[in-house]
Design a protein. Structure first.
Length: 252
């Protein structure tokens, strides 16, 4: 064989080897792309996770925000949407919609025990953020609760609404219903309450509360934050006891 032939054969052999390596490397890269895409989908894709037991998800999108006391805790001694010592070691933050049946279940079945065992003992402060996830009547109810809060009856108003709530579905809360709940909650000046139902500042405050919740990624109710730990759903009281006790231990 002539030298020129040897050179040509060597080049062709190297070319075939290069092509095989290119195919192998291409397949490897494609595999890595699939793996990375799968990991991203698992960690935070567009599909929402199923709601936890006892929570209601009005939106098709789930938030993935992080939480911290500095983002949500107010510790305002004049806050009508809060109950408990302003200097309590920990603050439990709740997001609630007055038309949510699971929020009502928490308010009826769990909240009274937490108040007796933790709030009244000066261990926990509870601060509420109202949201309107279920339409215009939810927003009207938020305004009504805030109007009751203007007269020191915010939590009594929640109690009245939640005591009458159905076990499932969203109750109709017309204006007459909102006024009737104010009377049941012991709001002293009903005429003032009715005027406050049309207060633009109260409505804007309710709208801001909903918008802030959505920005934080809160898309199901009831929803709770304590420190940097979130809890969703109307969980049994034992779950909340463990949740609060662990936070109290850390606070000490």
């Amino acid at each position: 064989m002539q030298p020129a032939d040897m050179t040509r054969d060597a080049l062709e052999s190297r070319y075939r080897l290069f092509r095989r390596l290119t195919v192998v490397l291409g397949a490897a890269c494609a595999f890595l792309v699939v793996v990375v895409a799968g990991q991203l989908a698992m960690s935070g894709g567009d599909d929402p996770a199923p709601p936890a037991a006892g929570e209601e998800t009005p939106s098709a999108e789930e938030g993935a925000a992080g939480y911290a006391d500095s983002q949500v805790v107010r510790r305002d001694p004049e806050d009508p949407l809060a109950i408990g010592d302003v200097d309590a070691p920990i603050v439990l933050t709740e997001w609630t919609d007055l038309r949510c049946p699971f929020c009502a279940a928490f308010g009826r079945d769990t909240m009274p025990e937490l108040v007796e065992e933790y709030v009244d003992e000066g261990l926990v402060r509870i601060e509420v953020h109202d949201v309107a996830f279920f339409g215009e009547q939810s927003e009207d109810a938020s305004v009504a609760a805030r109007a009751a809060g203007e007269q020191g009856r915010f939590f009594a108003y929640l109690d009245a609404v939640y005591e009458a709530a159905p076990s499932s579905g969203h109750p109709d809360l017309e204006r007459d219903d909102l006024v009737a709940f104010a009377e049941e909650a012991g709001v002293p000046d009903i005429a003032r309450f009715e005027a406050d139902l049309d207060d633009d500042e109260l409505r804007q405050a309710a709208q801001r509360s909903t918008a802030t919740a959505q920005q934080l990624g809160v898309s199901s109710v009831p929803f709770f934050v304590l420190g940097d730990q979130a809890l969703s759903g109307a969980q049994p009281v034992e779950v909340f006891r463990q949740y609060l006790d662990e936070a109290l231990e850390k606070a000490e």
